[in-house]
Design a protein around this ligand. Structure first.
Ligand SMILES: [Zn+2]
Length: 335
């Protein structure tokens, strides 16, 4: 044994080389019932960095929960260097309600680092940030698309920050979206506080999608191995591209959109993304790709209004032909 100091959290002590499941109080209901988040502390036998892993900050995005559960079972604390802080449900109030937002309509992932004297969301964020996030040196936050959408597995990272760049590459997703991150996201707030953090996005809300969970587990294991915390065998992606030119292609008219693309497709400039129809089935208009790109997200609900987000398209330019060949060689993300 290393004689390493125990990890203290919420008045509890986790000795080196041990794992402990803790209920951490973050707020109270109007019945005065306390609300806890489940935190598993895996305190390695040997010193090393600390990493947080959070899921279901948006309460209906649950693929990440299963990633956290799998990682919890994969790591033997006696062989771990450093400490893992695993939060499978970071927003239990929205999780119970199966919604993205809190009951007051606020998005918890827009108020980090939060304030104790702020709104309910801000208050909760502050507890999570001070009690979990700030105890770590690195972080990964797990998400899916919002309701009515689906995302190709990808990492979101502010690639200007060296630590974030290292973590994003190591995670090993094929696509990295270089994004600073909206103000108030856990990822942006943690990175600003000196804790390099990335988001992994995969799939749809309110589902366990086994192939995408697997991708998440693989990525987290890759990141843990990169930081020298655990001897996981790393899995390399077939390719990896970093993109910063991307946007949602939006419906021009109201109607029922019959989509011709799905996540992982490459679409040429001018090709049809979808056919917009009236309820009688007659055509309203055809939505065309404004540039050649890779589809990283799509709507799943066909009803559209002018401006509805239909297809999240990453601009590919010269890389399109090479990528098309590579994509043909690997199993599609969605089968
Ligand atoms: Zn989310």
């Amino acid at each position: 044994m290393s004689g390493r100091e125990p990890f203290e959290i919420a008045g509890m002590t986790v000795p080196a080389g041990r794992r402990k499941d803790i209920h951490l109080k973050i707020t109270e209901l109007c019945t005065a019932t306390p609300v806890f988040i489940p935190v598993t502390v895996v305190h390695g036998a040997e010193p090393g960095p600390a990493m947080f892993l959070t899921a279901a900050i948006h309460g209906d995005e649950i693929n990440g929960m299963e990633v956290v559960r799998r990682i919890r079972g994969d790591v033997d604390p006696k062989r771990l260097r450093g400490t893992l802080l695993l939060v499978s449900v970071a927003n239990p109030i929205s999780f119970i309600a199966q919604t993205r937002e809190l009951p007051d309509g606020r998005d918890l992932n827009r108020v980090f680092p939060g304030r104790r004297e702020g709104s309910m969301a801000s208050h909760i964020a502050s507890h999570i940030f001070t009690k979990v996030v700030k105890r770590a040196d690195w972080g990964i936050d797990l998400h899916t698309a919002a309701r009515g959408r689906v995302n190709l597995p990808h990492v979101r990272a502010d690639m200007r920050v060296p630590g974030v760049r290292r973590l994003a590459h190591a995670f090993g997703a094929e696509i990295i979206l270089d994004l600073e991150g909206d103000r108030g996201t856990l990822r942006a707030a943690a990175t600003r506080a000196g804790i390099p953090s990335v988001v992994f996005e995969a799939g749809e809300p309110l589902k366990f999608q086994p192939a995408l969970v697997e991708k998440g587990v693989e990525g987290v294991r890759n990141a843990i191995a990169e930081l020298g915390m655990y001897p996981f065998e790393r899995v390399s992606p077939l390719f990896q591209i970093v993109v910063d030119d991307h946007r949602w292609i939006r419906a021009e008219r109201g109607g029922i959109m019959v989509l011709n693309v799905r996540p992982g497709d490459i679409i040429e400039k001018g090709e049809e993304i979808g056919l917009n129809t009236k309820p009688f089935g007659t055509e309203v208009n055809r939505l065309k790709a404004p540039y050649t790109g890779l589809v990283v997200g799509c709507m799943t609900l066909p009803m559209v209004l002018p401006g509805s987000a239909v297809c999240h398209l990453v601009k590919l330019d010269r890389r399109a032909a090479a990528l098309r060949k590579l994509l043909r060689r690997r199993r599609p993300a969605f089968e």
